[in-house]
Design a protein around this ligand. Structure first.
Ligand SMILES: [Zn+2]
Length: 127
């Protein structure tokens, strides 16, 4: 029961942060489309079932990229990769890639999962 409350609060907090965050189109004005491919790794091996593709709705998205850890037992984990994504987009690459380590815990043990992010982006042509 206590855990459910924690999860709900985390989710509400995330929505609140998304509302308060700057808009993606302000931070990356030339961005036309963004596709993020996410996959988690443990000790160098991809974890089955963690690969997912997200199409970011550029016109409405917040400039906030918080990706939860997919291990349901992971506490305080997840990936705040806003800085990495915005830094990559500022150089206007058609493709970028980076990794982020999860700093959460499974009980006493560090989660240790790595999230690999592959972004594919398109940009508006200069007028
Ligand atoms: Zn984790």
């Amino acid at each position: 029961m206590r855990r459910m409350i924690t999860v709900n609060k985390a989710r509400t907090d995330r929505w609140k942060r998304e509302d308060e965050a700057p808009r993606l189109k302000e931070k990356a004005p030339t961005l036309a489309s963004l596709r993020l491919e996410l996959e988690e790794y443990s000790e160098g091996h991809s974890i089955v079932g963690t690969r997912r593709v997200t199409l970011v709705v550029v016109d409405h998205a917040a400039a906030l990229f918080e990706i939860p850890c997919s291990d349901s037992k992971c506490e305080e984990g997840g990936h705040e990769v806003t800085r990495e994504v915005l830094a990559a987009l500022s150089k206007q690459p058609s493709r970028f890639e980076f990794e982020s380590g999860c700093h959460g815990y499974l009980g006493q043990r560090p989660c240790g999962r790595t999230l690999k992010v592959i972004g594919q982006a398109e940009y508006k042509k200069a007028p």
